[in-house]
Design a protein around this ligand. Structure first.
Ligand code: ZN
Length: 501
């Protein structure tokens, strides 16, 4: 039997007591009726995890969930006693997180007919409210079953945001009824690497509802991202009239940053945005929508008479400044729909006439500088610096045989990420996030290998209180944890963790 209760992220406190909880089969999960949905989801997970034929063989042993009147919504307390396990939480979120911690221990301990756990009191709560993961489904398309399995594994680590990158130059994945060509043309690209075959795909409305409901059952908020006005080749291939030059355009098969963006002088940009935002509002209950705003090139706007006319109307001097005008308009359109905009840190490059609205949440990716500036200017911030272990498409080691971009991002770097390290405005920092860009990650199994176990390290960096965060302790827990992820069928990296690099 496990002498030590090892899980990732590490709980805030574990105090051991005398005795053992022994259970034949799996325990019943009961208690307050308000936790019925969570109990049902976790019960199914456990049955699946241990492949138990008869899930109800638990000799009447129970996990009893009790709702406490107040307290942090994501916090939980567990008491493991010989006769039962009791779990206290103020909300479904807290109950789910607590049950995931128990799920980890049961995954390790379950042998054919049951499991035992040492008696203990566990208290736990998150350090940051935003613990995110981003999947790029544009550069390569990922199937719904893959995404659901990934979301389930993320929730095992108390990750609570799935940021779904749905559009980019290389493919548009979101169905928009008023613009059918976005998916008809924009979701497929000619692949020179695959002898001129088309590749791609898109999600149907039912697919999206299925993912959102699955994630909600796992207490994960799904935040969609649609990039405007840059990273727009797929839009332009479908609707060339929205560009400055009129084309011809193609869904990009190359990777990089392209000069063709949506024309800032064409009101069609906002008609498209209105339809896209209406679609998003109908499909995604999240209060956030990510509008990209990164890596916009301005050459086309400089040469375009319509964009020049727009400059005169807005009183702006250079085409570059039109970006801030667009961001303000898109933010307002989202506000009208009850949504808050998130943008990559480039949205900070605003103008005096069109300052970035204070409600916009800034996602800092080019290091932490943009995020720190944004927090000082009163914005809320999510840290996801490529320089500090948050880019999960970088290689695990310098070894050129490793998959991923030829830049290094170790498990240790992910663990060491601290969203508030350099800021004086801690309260503005909502948390952090790991991002999987998919230019080079062309299959789900490779994606898993890139994500695990770096996301485990990031999850602990974002959840565990700094007083008990300890990399050496994490590296002792990691092998036990990786065996659990093996049982879930996930491919993982298992080489050097990078502390000495
Ligand atoms: Zn133009």
């Amino acid at each position: 039997m496990l002498k030590e209760l090892r899980s990732i992220p590490r709980p805030a406190s574990i105090r051991y007591r005398e005795g053992t909880f022994q259970c034949t089969g799996l325990p019943e999960i009961g208690g307050d009726p308000c936790f019925r949905r969570v109990a049902g989801v976790v019960k199914e997970q456990l049955v699946q995890d241990v492949r138990a034929g008869d899930p109800t063989g638990g000799e009447g042993k129970r996990i009893v969930c009790t709702k406490v009147p107040d307290g942090e919504p994501e916090a939980y307390r567990i008491r493991i006693a010989p006769e039962a396990i009791s779990l206290n939480a103020a909300s479904e979120k807290g109950a789910y997180h607590g049950l995931q911690t128990l799920r980890q221990w049961i995954l390790s301990e379950y042998t054919g007919d049951g499991f035992s756990l040492p008696c203990a009191d566990i208290e736990d709560h998150p350090r940051f409210p935003w613990r995110g993961f981003m999947l790029d489904t544009s550069r390569h398309f990922y199937t719904v079953p893959f995404i659901k399995r990934l979301i389930d594994a993320l929730s095992l680590h108390h990750i609570n945001v799935f940021h779904w990158h749905l559009t980019d130059d290389q493919g548009w994945r979101l169905p928009v009824a008023a613009y059918p060509l976005l998916t008809e043309i924009g979701s497929r690209r000619l692949e020179h690497r695959r002898r001129g075959r088309y590749s791609g795909g898109f999600y149907t409305e039912d697919d999206i509802r299925e993912v959102v409901a699955w994630a909600a059952d796992r207490q994960i908020d799904v935040v969609p991202e649609v990039d405007l006005p840059g990273h727009a080749s797929a839009i332009l291939a479908a609707y060339p009239g929205l560009g400055c030059s009129g084309g011809p355009y193609q869904v990009e098969d190359r990777f990089g940053i392209f000069e063709d963006v949506l024309c800032a002088g064409n009101d069609g940009l906002f008609h498209l945005a209105a339809s896209v935002f209406d679609t998003l509002s109908g499909l995604f209950p999240s209060s956030y929508v990510h509008i990209g705003g990164d890596e916009v090139r301005f050459q086309r706007w400089e040469a375009c008479p319509k964009c020049q006319k727009r400059l005169e109307e807005t009183g702006l001097k250079s085409p570059k400044e039109l970006q801030s005008w667009i961001t303000v308009k898109l933010t307002r359109m989202l506000e009208e729909r009850g949504k808050t905009a998130i943008g990559w840190d480039e949205v900070m490059e605003d103008t005096e006439q069109y300052p970035l609205p204070p409600s916009v949440v800034v996602m800092s990716w080019r290091g932490t500088k943009g995020g720190i500036q944004a927090s000082e200017r009163g914005h809320r911030v999510i840290m996801t610096p490529e320089t500090e272990g948050c880019y999960l498409d970088f290689r695990h080691t310098e070894d050129p045989e490793e998959p991923g971009q030829a830049r290094l991002s170790t498990v240790y770097a992910a663990y060491s990420m601290d969203p508030v390290r350099e800021t004086s405005c801690e309260a503005a920092i909502m948390g952090g996030q790991g991002n999987l860009w998919s230019e080079l990650i062309y299959a789900g199994k490779i994606a898993e290998y890139m994500v695990f176990p770096r996301i485990c390290a990031l999850a602990e960096a974002l959840w565990t209180p700094p007083e008990v965060k300890d990399f050496d302790d994490f590296s002792r827990r990691l092998p036990v944890h990786q065996e659990r992820l093996d049982k879930l069928g996930l491919l993982q990296y298992r080489g050097a963790l990078g502390k000495d690099q």
